[in-house]
Structure formats: structure tokens, C-alpha cells
Design a protein around this ligand. Structure first.
Ligand code: 5GP
Ligand code: MN
Length: 343
């Protein structure tokens, strides 16, 4: 049995709203990752089983290694189909906001979601949710939004209606947000949920291969280049940094998703507790931060790179040159040295 972590009042209200709902729009954060897509598609399959008209709208493209997910092809990309997306958002009875806690995380789509008269529900695991939804199912102690979607479906009394396709999507999100169950994954109930998902017929080994072993040759070449030339270790700070400019990305035929997971690699060095990856985009530098133990990379992200996220996995943005970003990072390292080197 699972602990009832979602408030009964939220379950009751969601259940009541669902009865009065015909059209649902599911939205998730910019540059959707495995959990964003997994939770959205997990909920999508469930709502389809409840005979709802469901559309998932994402701000921009998701990586190729998630395209195999059942239902992924039905997703609408806001940046490529704004007119249709705006119509769906304004015509929805209910909007479910998954895996994000503030409208700025869905970029331009935020305005459309904000002005829609639809009833709004948030299901998320990032701390400090903004007041944008009437039902807020926010649990930072849970390692993935996909797990929360599983819990929500069960609490609605609908586990039996969960399909194999839905279970595959939920498993994908749980797996990717825990680095294949290597961090934020000590809760016993995670493994109970996995056993329940397996009972739906999912092949978890196959899902792992689909997500992690379908990369291009150029990604591996880029990884080799990064490890050889572009990874800087700061032994005195127990930290490491990787940076890639647009020119370098172009040279290695970069496609979206190719640098996924790079930020984690330096954490495999014994002494490294904190890793940062700067990737130059067309208009800004995307910052990814990861830590092990109790170093708060979300605090570092918000202090220096207008970002946030989780204690051990966060992100942000920087408007300026790569050199400036690195300088700020190194100043930050000095400031946080006591915490980074604390035993
Ligand atoms: P990633 O490094 O994979 O892009 O992001 C890791 C986590 O950091 C995400 O799950 C999300 O919680 C958070 N995150 C990423 N980018 C941003 C950002 O620009 N702002 C905020 N507030 N959080 C971010
Ligand atoms: Mn997530």
C-alpha cells in the first residue's frame, strides 16, 4: 500500500472537476525532459481512458530519445503551432500544469495559460510553487512528477484503468528524474510503484535502452571532446565545469538532446561534489547544475543564474558572454568554498 501523500481535499476536488470536464490541455516546461514528457503522457493516457478530449502542448521540441513514447507524436509544439495551441488553451475546460512551478518555465505559453478561463491544476515536485492553479499537488519530497501522476491515478481509484502505454510513460519519467534510480531514489515506495507498473506489462529494460542507448555518433564524439578538452576541474572547490560554445556545437553537428547528461559526468570523479555545464544557445547561455550530498545547487542557480530547481539538480540562464558566465561561476565557487569543502 502507498502512503496517501496527496491531500484528500485535492483528490476530491480533482475528481469533481473531472466529471464536469470534457476538454483537457496538459502543459509542461520548456525543453521537456523525461519526467516532463513522462508525467504529461502518463496523465494523457489516463484521461483518454476516461473519455476526455486531451491535448498535450509543450513550449518547444523534446529530444529524439523521447520520441518513442506512446502518444508523443500527438504532442503540439507551441513554438511551431501557436495558433492551434492558443485555441486549444483558451477552449479547454481544464489545464493541467505538470512538472513546473511558475509560468516563466513555459515561456511565451505562460500568457495563454494565464488568460484562459479553464480550471487549473498543478502536479509538480519543484519547491515554492507560484499561485497559478486552484488545485496544487506540489510535493518536492517526491523524486518525479511522473510518480505523482501514478499516485493521483491510484487515489482516484483508477489503477485498473491504467494502460500499459500510460505505465511506460510514468516509468520513463521516474527513471530519468532519478538517473536510473541512482539519486533521490531511496524511498521504498518507488520500488512498490515500479512493481505495479511491471504488472501492467511494461518492459523496463527496453525502456532503459530506448532512452539511453539510442544516441548518435556525433553525440559520442562531442562527449569525447568535452572530456578531453572542455572539462575543467577545480580540486580545491570539489567542483567541475564544462562549457560549449555555439561554434563547437555546430562543429559536432549538435542536435537537441545531444548534451543531455553531460553535466552529470564530472560527478563520477571521486572528489567532485558540484558540476556546472554552460551551453551557448542562440540568445543566451543555458546553465545546468548538479550536486551530490547536501550542496544546494538550486540556491547557486538562483543567486547567479536567475534559475532554480531542486537541491541536487537545477538550471538557469545567463545573458552575456561565455567568459562572463565562467567568471561569475568562479566567483560563486569562492563564495561557496566553505560549504563545498565541508566534511
Ligand atoms: P536541466 O539541467 O536538466 O535543464 O534542469 C534540471 C532541473 O533544474 C529541472 O528539472 C528544473 O527543475 C530546473 N531548471 C532548469 N532550468 C531552469 C531555469 O531556467 N529556471 C528554473 N527556475 N529552474 C530550472
Ligand atoms: Mn521532474
Amino acid at each position: 500500500m502507498l502512503t496517501k501523500i496527496i491531500d484528500q481535499a485535492n483528490i476530491d476536488l480533482f475528481s469533481e472537476w473531472l466529471k464536469e470536464t470534457e476538454k483537457v490541455v496538459i502543459v509542461t516546461h520548456v525543453s521537456p525532459d523525461g519526467d516532463a514528457m513522462g508525467s504529461s503522457l502518463g496523465l494523457y493516457h489516463f484521461l483518454i481512458s476516461q473519455k476526455k478530449v486531451v491535448n498535450i502542448i509543450v513550449p518547444n521540441a523534446f529530444p529524439d530519445f523521447l520520441k518513442w513514447m506512446p502518444g508523443a507524436k500527438e504532442t503540439t509544439l507551441y513554438d511551431q503551432n501557436k495558433e492551434l495551441a492558443d485555441k486549444l488553451i483558451s477552449g479547454a475546460d481544464m489545464i493541467c500544469c505538470l512538472d513546473f512551478n511558475a509560468l516563466k518555465r513555459i515561456d511565451e505559453m505562460g500568457e495563454a495559460v494565464k488568460s484562459s478561463n479553464a480550471r487549473k491544476v498543478m502536479v509538480d515536485h519543484h519547491p515554492f510553487p507560484d499561485d497559478i492553479c486552484s488545485i496544487v499537488i506540489s510535493h518536492p519530497e517526491i523524486s518525479s512528477t511522473s510518480e505523482l501522476v501514478f499516485r493521483l491515478i491510484c487515489r482516484l481509484g483508477c489503477f485498473d484503468e491504467m494502460t500499459k502505454e500510460g505505465a511506460e510513460c510514468i516509468y520513463t519519467g521516474m527513471m530519468t528524474d532519478t538517473g536510473s534510480f541512482t539519486y533521490n531514489s531511496n524511498s521504498q515506495e518507488i520500488y512498490y510503484i515500479i512493481s505495479q507498473l511491471i504488472s501492467k506489462g511494461i518492459d523496463k529494460d527496453d525502456i532503459n535502452r530506448n532512452v539511453y542507448n539510442t544516441y548518435s555518433e556525433s553525440r559520442l564524439r562531442l562527449m569525447g571532446y568535452v572530456l578531453h578538452t572542455k572539462m575543467k576541474v577545480y580540486p580545491e572547490h570539489h567542483a567541475a565545469m564544462i562549457n560549449l560554445t555555439q561554434d563547437e556545437l555546430i562543429e559536432f553537428n549538435y542536435v537537441k538532446g545531444d548534451t543531455e547528461g553531460f553535466v552529470n559526468i564530472p560527478l563520477s570523479i571521486k572528489e567532485v561534489k558540484f558540476s556546472v555545464f554552460f551551453r551557448e544557445d542562440t540568445d543566451m547561455i543555458k546553465v545546468s547544475l548538479r550536486s551530490v550530498g547536501d550542496f544546494p545547487c538550486n540556491q547557486f542557480a538562483s543567486e547567479f543564474f536567475s534559475g532554480g530547481g531542486h537541491l541536487n539538480a537545477s538550471g538557469g540562464e545567463f545573458y552575456g558572454t561565455m567568459q562572463q558566465a565562467i567568471e561569475i561561476f568562479e566567483k560563486g565557487l569562492d563564495k561557496y568554498k566553505p560549504l563545498l569543502t565541508a566534511k
